[in-house]
Write a protein that binds this ligand. Structure first.
Ligand code: ATP
Ligand code: MG
Length: 424
């Protein structure tokens, strides 16, 4: 039988790579705690119509990237291609709109999109994201951006730029769509087929086209910022004022329109130049119409999604030594059957106290056991043989300094605890 391999665009995470994931996940949990966001876990699949209705029928995601299937009960189901819509669904389904607002949630979730796999682009990837419901105050936009900014700072990532823009509310959008459409008509022959199609249905999507030829035609296009009404303009200005006060630098960039339909007012991206073409590590914005679209009362909201794989790539590029190597506290080797029982008794006692202890499971020679202890990067090591059993004492060696001391069996646990508190 031919060997079965993992699907294209998916990855196993293990070993050193896994430690980087656990480290970043811990940083994210602490970060969200500091900013008052609570974790939510929604199912891996949802009814397809949830995404069609929220993400938008003319977006790349719904058009060509969703993993959709019909299950045995003939339900149309889709593996989540993003998590905002599921979180909104949960917010409504559990009556969170009736609690004190704002509701602040975060997730770290597998995400599925049928795309062409390349560096920083997979078919199953992971997103860390946050959502803040129940306020349209620019302070919420600023707080959401501050979460991403603080995360990047805590990860030691410096070479990332924050680009912000405002798409305005429905009124400004309508006005802008007309202006933009008029401009696009003057370029019609030069745009790709898809853009020609999008022009009428959703002209904003044209600005997001990945085709270079289209992008060059778009130079000089009217920007949404020119058509913002008073209210939206003031909102955008207040956001800028808050960001400046928080020490978060930004670039106003009218080309940021985001790939999803549900955004209103603020949109933003954190972009790195360090990881090649897939440089957007985090994208988000305000989506004041989405909750209503999914069946709730009008509720303002703002959030972002950040690609975990891309965060890890940027962190690696800038800060290679960020995650320390794995260490075990102590390895206790043995020679002979009686010593083996003693060794396993000791390591079990140590483990009960939260000390990471190991021994040998392969009947290795003493020399090979010490080599193994080195390989696992043990802080301390000890060997139990006949003479140790006789004297009821063993030699504990500090593997970093080479220092050694003889310790009675009865004091071993206590002494190891003390030694560890000194070296850690
Ligand atoms: P892109 O323009 O790179 O396709 P997007 O606009 O589709 O990104 P979003 O839907 O905003 O991306 O998702 C938020 C973040 O998730 C992105 O900024 C990126 O870091 C990450 N991301 C999106 N698609 C993928 C993917 N296929 N593989 C890995 N990470 C991804
Ligand atoms: Mg995409």
């Amino acid at each position: 039988m031919k060997e079965i391999k993992a699907l294209k665009g998916t990855k196993d995470i293990f070993g050193d790579e896994m430690r980087k994931w656990l480290d970043i996940e811990e940083i994210i949990r602490n970060l969200c705690d500091d900013f008052g966001f609570n974790q939510i876990r929604t199912p891996i699949f949802e009814f397809t119509k949830l995404f069609k209705r929220s993400v938008g029928e003319t977006t790349d995601i719904v058009n060509k990237e969703m993993y959709s299937f019909v299950d045995k009960g003939e339900n149309d189901i889709t593996l989540k291609p993003e998590s905002t819509a599921p979180v909104v669904r949960a917010y409504l389904e559990h009556g969170m709109h009736a609690e004190a607002q704002p509701i602040k949630l975060y997730y770290i979730s597998p995400t599925f999109r049928y795309e062409k796999p390349q560096a920083g682009r997979q078919r199953q990837f992971h997103q860390f994201g946050i959502e803040m419901f129940g306020t349209d105050s620019p302070t919420a936009d600023a707080e959401v951006i501050a979460v991403a900014d603080t995360l990047l700072k805590r990860l030691g990532i410096k070479k990332v730029e924050l680009h912000i823009n405002s798409l305005g509310g429905p009124e400004c959008r309508k006005k802008y769509n007309e202006t933009l459409k008029a401009f696009l008509y003057t370029k019609k022959e030069h745009l790709c087929e898809l853009c020609k199609e999008r022009m009428d249905k959703n002209p904003l999507r044209v600005l997001d086209c990945k085709n270079e030829k289209c992008q060059s035609e778009l130079i000089g296009a009217p920007t949404v910022l020119d058509t913002l009404g008073e209210g939206c303009k003031a909102h955008f200005e207040q956001l800028q004022q808050l960001l400046t006060a928080m020490g978060i630098s930004f670039i106003i960039d009218p080309s940021i329109v985001r790939g999803l339909d549900y955004y209103t007012k603020t949109v933003f991206e954190f972009i790195s130049n360090d990881i090649g073409a897939q440089g957007t590590v985090c994208g988000g914005g305000r989506y004041d119409k989405l909750v209503e679209e999914i069946g709730g009362k009008p509720t303002s909201a703002v959030g972002f999604g950040a690609g975990m794989e891309r965060l890890l790539l940027v962190r690696d590029a800038e800060n290679k030594e960020a995650v320390k190597e794995a260490r075990r506290d102590i390895f206790i080797g043995y020679r002979g059957e009686e010593a083996m029982v003693q060794a396993f008794k000791f390591i079990n006692n140590l483990r009960q106290l939260g000390i990471s202890a190991e021994s040998d499971h392969l009947q290795r020679s003493i020399k090979a056991q010490m080599k193994y202890a080195n390989k696992m990067n043990a802080r301390f090591s000890a060997i139990i043989g006949e003479s140790e059993l006789e004297e009821q004492a063993l030699q504990v060696k500090n593997m970093d300094t080479g220092e050694a001391a003889t310790i009675p069996f009865t004091q071993l646990v206590q002494v190891i605890q003390n030694l560890l508190s000194e070296v850690q």
